[in-house]
Ligand binder design. Structure first.
Ligand SMILES: Nc1ncnc2c1ncn2[C@@H]1O[C@H](COP(=O)(O)OP(=O)(O)O)[C@@H](O)[C@H]1O
Ligand SMILES: [Mg+2]
Length: 316
């Protein structure tokens, strides 16, 4: 699916006032940007999918208006995180002049905690040298990985996960606009899988909608399909020799998330390919053997457990 077809993008708030929950933070930020000249550098922390990047983009749009695009540099997870990036992109951008239309330029550094400490040190100099013309917005899951001199220059805001009530009302709003049927239990199920991560919740609801309405059944089915990354984890756990743990993870996927046994095998097969493991052929043979046994009618839970045990015994 193209990103424009994704509800998470389509329904990303464009103004601070549209951001769901995070009321205190949004209130303080609105006050802070009333007179942009006084705006400090900002640091947003908190778990995934709760509105950090969205809020940063809203601030840039609200302060810079129609010039937001030209005067905002947004660096995200796909960009390189080393000192080269700081010199190449941040330094270049922070220096170019000719800004009569805006009070300052805005640099949004998403996943700033992934930056090397060299890069952070270089950045610190840039922050000092460009104080008059640039404001930084740092986004970090783990603030403790940001060097003190940067932390101490920022006003910090901790975003919290979104409570059930707010997730559900946002989901209902979107379902209504998309003309998708969603019942109470279905929405509650989406929330239960999402853990207060609104991005995850919206994505799960969109995947579910493609199966028909948002019902508890359909949510379970599509959640099973979206748990493929967890299959990678099961494989890793098994290959590192931890049979019991791997088996527990597998059972959770099957029983709790409703992934079918045959899907589990399919996903584990593709996970093996992705892993580029040294013993690739041997691992595939093991999987094929159990796939066959299940196909001819053996009890799949017992077979899958045996398969994990056999995978765990493969020596690295
Ligand atoms: N507080 C929120 N209010 C409204 N939508 C949100 C909120 N948090 C997340 N979303 C939805 O999830 C998507 C991802 O949010 P984002 O701000 O990128 O999260 P993160 O905290 O990981 O930076 C947004 O495009 C939006 O659809
Ligand atoms: Mg983000």
């Amino acid at each position: 699916m193209s990103s424009t077809g994704m509800w998470v993008e389509k329904y990303r708030p464009t103004k601070l006032s549209e951001v769901v929950n995070q009321t205190e933070i949004i209130g303080s930020l609105e006050a802070l940007i009333k007179d942009p000249a006084d705006m400090p550098h900002l640091m947003f922390s908190g778990s995934a999918g709760v509105g950090k990047t969205t809020t940063a983009l809203c601030i840039s749009r609200q302060i810079l208006g129609e010039h937001a695009k030209n005067y905002t540099l947004e660096l995200n997870a796909s960009d390189e995180r080393g000192i080269g990036m700081v010199r190449e992109k941040v330094k270049k951008f922070s220096r170019f002049a000719g800004m009569d239309e805006v009070p300052f330029k805005i640099i949004i550094l998403d996943e700033a905690d992934e930056m090397t400490s060299d890069a952070q040190t270089a950045l610190r100099r840039i922050i000092e040298d460009t104080a008059k013309i640039c404001r930084f917005i740092f986004i970090a899951n783990n603030i403790s990985k940001i060097i003190d001199p940067i932390q101490s220059r920022c006003a910090t805001f901790r975003f919290t996960s979104i409570p059930e009530e707010d997730v559900i009302s946002r989901l209902s709003e979107i379902a209504k606009k998309e003309k998708v049927k969603a019942d109470k239990k279905g929405l509650k199920a989406v929330y239960d899988y999402s853990d207060g991560d609104l991005r995850h919740a919206i994505n799960l609801m969109q995947a579910t909608a493609s199966l028909g309405g948002v019902t508890q059944e359909n949510v379970k089915a599509s959640a099973g399909l979206t748990k493929t990354s967890d299959v990678d984890t099961v494989l890793k756990t098994a290959l590192s020799g931890k049979v019991t743990e791997a088996r527990e993870q597998m059972i959770e996927l099957i029983k709790v998330y409703g992934m079918s046994e045959s899907d589990f095998l399919k996903y584990i097969n593709s996970a093996v390919f992705k892993s580029k493991h040294e013993k690739l052929a041997e691992i595939l043979e093991v999987i094929a053997k159990y796939d066959y046994r299940i196909l001819v009618g053996a009890n799949s839970e017992i077979q899958l457990s045996a398969m994990l045990a056999e995978l765990a015994s493969i020596e690295n």
